[in-house]
Design a binder for this molecule. Structure first.
Ligand SMILES: Nc1ncnc2c1ncn2[C@@H]1O[C@H](COP(=O)(O)OP(=O)(O)OP(=O)(O)O)[C@@H](O)[C@H]1O
Length: 260
């Protein structure tokens, strides 16, 4: 079953098409990786799917509803969560509070209730806190719940970003370079975590440059180059695709700005 479908997606910035007529379809329950050299349009595609930009042309449907003109908050509420290439945590806040904030779009109590804290609010707060602890436990950060987010080592900060995304209770989770800056052990742990997230029924779309990770966990890989889709299929097929090899070999021929 198709969970998300983007058709003819085009995004033009000042005359340059960062994305050019790209179709993307994501099936419920799959792990799909989006790869391509630097500047290929991967993050732009994430930004379209999460409402950061509205596409210049094209349409995006999620659970059969058009979402291309919705704001990021409303898209999150519909069930799409994301993490960022550059970690965006509230560094001065505790690990637990970072996850609690992630649940904001699912909680019923408004600002008024939060100030006057009646019994209903207190009950809701307990529920939110318990749920946040469950999520921290799931990603393996429960023992760090009271730490300031900025004091966590890098790999754990990335896990916390994933915990915060999970706190919005998404059907689809978008991970932007989750293994960036991780050592091999952290990357292996990350592979285990993404598998676990997928096993609990979440659909995963990730941008990643670490080919070992991509080949190891993806059911399907989509490749962008200069804003166009050049391949889409199972890992074995994509790995041997001539256009893909050429796009990546081009890097080794000296185009350092397009490293993968
Ligand atoms: N807000 C913007 N304004 C102008 N140009 C932009 C903007 N965002 C992206 N671009 C341009 O669009 C193209 C695609 O960028 P994008 O960040 O989507 O690529 P990417 O595949 O995610 O690259 P990387 O792997 O380096 O993150 C690039 O040429 C980039 O300079």
């Amino acid at each position: 079953m198709t969970l998300l479908e983007g058709k003819n997606l085009t995004m033009v910035f000042g005359g340059l098409a960062a994305l050019d007529s790209v179709d993307i379809s994501i099936n419920k329950g799959e792990v799909l990786s989006l790869i391509g050299p630097n500047g290929a349009g991967k993050t732009t595609l994430f930004n379209l799917l999460t409402g950061v930009y509205s596409p210049t042309r094209g349409s995006i449907s999620f659970k059969q509803k058009e979402i291309k003109n919705l704001k990021p908050y409303d898209i999150t509420k519909m069930g799409i969560a994301r993490t960022f290439q550059n970690i965006r945590l509230f560094g001065e806040m505790s690990v637990l509070d970072n996850v609690i904030i992630g649940q904001h779009c699912r909680t019923g109590t408004g600002v008024f209730g939060a100030i006057f804290r009646g019994p209903a609010t207190r009950k809701e707060e307990r529920k939110v806190r318990d749920r946040a602890m469950e999520i921290l436990n799931f990603v393996g950060l429960d023992s760090e719940a009271g730490e300031k987010a900025k004091n966590l080592p890098y790999g754990k900060q990335r896990r916390l970003e994933m915990a915060r995304a999970l706190a919005t209770d998404p059907d689809l989770i978008l991970l932007d370079e989750p293994a960036a800056g991780m050592n091999p052990q952290e990357t292996n742990e990350l592979i285990g975590l993404i598998d676990k997230i997928n096993d609990m029924g979440k659909t995963v779309l990730l941008i990643e440059h670490d080919m070992k990770l991509v080949m190891g966990i993806s059911q399907r890989i989509m490749v962008l180059d200069y804003g166009k889709k050049i391949a889409d299929g199972p890992p074995e097929k994509v790995r041997n695709d001539e256009k893909v090899i050429k796009a990546y070999l081009g890097d080794r021929a000296g185009k350092e700005d397009r490293a993968c």
